[in-house]
Write a new protein. Structure first.
Length: 167
């Protein structure tokens, strides 16, 4: 039963992401509206003030809350936020590889890998629990994209915090 639920949801999410990507490709200005900025400045300020870093993830993704929930436009906003966080992780890992020892670089790569897997596993768990009660729909896609964006954002925040001394 779980396999068919997961496969159905995967098809729904894949179709939604493809459709949204095509819509934004046809309207590049709409894609530009989705810029996400200020993550590192926010993290620097929170670190200096000894405040929770997770607030920065919420702050950077706040623009996604301006869309109706659930909506495919809102889901696409979260998909773009996830991509943004993923890009920041890749950039940070490149910086670590260039500035830190091989051993520290390997440790950072392992840490971020398992942070991402653990965070995304919670998204899987929440999704499967929701699918016990209903079939995949727009809300399922929206909730999944929001969870994934937050999961990747939190992994970046932790990586950024742990690697701040390499600069």
């Amino acid at each position: 039963m779980k396999i068919s639920i997961s496969r159905s949801l995967s098809h729904v999410i894949a179709a939604a992401v493809v459709a949204l990507g095509m819509a934004f490709a046809a309207n590049p200005a709409a894609a530009e509206e989705q810029e996400f900025t200020g993550a590192q400045a926010c993290l620097d300020a929170r670190i200096a003030a000894n405040e929770p870093l997770a607030d920065c993830v919420k702050e950077v993704q706040a623009r996604c809350l301006s869309y109706d929930a659930p909506s495919m436009t809102g889901a696409d906003c979260y998909r773009q936020a996830k991509d943004h966080w993923g890009g920041l992780i890749a950039d940070r890992m490149e910086k670590i590889r260039n500035m830190a020892s091989e051993e520290l670089s390997a440790i950072a790569a392992i840490e971020v890998k398992y942070d991402l897997q653990g965070n995304l596993m919670q998204c899987d768990r929440m999704e499967e629990l929701s699918l016990v009660q209903k079939d995949p729909d727009e809300e399922t896609v929206y909730t999944r994209m929001r969870c994934e964006a937050t999961a990747v954002g939190l992994a970046f925040a932790k990586l950024y915090f742990q690697s701040q001394r390499i600069e």
